[in-house]
Design a protein around this ligand. Sequence first.
Ligand code: SF4
Length: 97
Amino acid sequence: MSYMITNTRPQFERTDMLPVPITEERPWVVFSACRDKEPDLFFPENKTDERTALSICSACPVQVDCLEYALEADIRFGVWGATTEKQRRRLARRLAS
Ligand code: SF4
């Protein structure tokens, strides 16, 4: 994939490759560290896959956007914004109190 640096984030030229609804709802997804990864990895069925997903998230430049989206949309399943389902439930409870 080719890209050029303009401000602080790379501007990808191939956003046309992503489904339109996703780029409209989550425009930051074009910068995500998981954009080329197997989506199933982020819905882990074991701790090894969960650790791998969290490791990818830890280097993701849109981690905060992703976590905010997951919390606002109340996404219950999967790894989002470097958090597991359990961590997001705990965080949501803390934010609500
Ligand atoms: S934080 Fe993780 S799940 Fe969210 S966009 Fe980045 S790599 Fe993907």
